[in-house]
Ligand binder design. Structure first.
Ligand code: FES
Length: 126
């Protein structure tokens, strides 16, 4: 099968790669360009794990053919990393959000976990 030649800018680096017509942008980012910060989840455009910024628009890279991005600019999560600095989006996320582990451990340690109480009362009922 004939490979397609694609030129792109990825995280401000001009790159070129060869791909099969059916390869997704996600395939090429992870397997050929070794940008594994872009994750594969559902492969159907539902989860967003594969999100990248393509020509200033957020897209699911699992739904974009690699051959379609010729001449485009792509930003991945790796492009948001600066040496010893957090990208502004990461700072905002860190300031505003917490992980499920934070939620679980806070509730568990304070004894306010509703799921803990439910499971305890379920056991008490026998
Ligand atoms: S892998 Fe889930 S939206 Fe692309």
């Amino acid at each position: 099968m004939k490979k397609l030649h694609v030129n792109v800018s990825v995280n401000n680096d001009d790159l070129e790669f060869l791909c099969n017509p059916e390869d997704t942008l996600l395939d090429v980012l992870r397997n050929d360009l070794n940008l594994t910060g872009t994750k594969e989840g559902c492969s159907t455009g539902d989860c967003g794990a594969c999100s990248v910024i393509l020509d200033k628009k957020l897209v699911c890279s699992c739904l974009v053919l690699a051959a379609e991005v010729d001449g485009s600019s792509i930003d991945t999560i790796e492009g948001m990393a600066e040496e010893n600095k957090l990208h502004v989006l990461r700072k905002i996320f860190r300031a505003c959000c917490f992980t499920m582990w934070d939620l679980y451990s806070r509730n568990f340690n304070s004894g306010k976990s509703s799921s803990w109480k439910k499971s305890k009362s379920y056991r008490e009922r026998g």
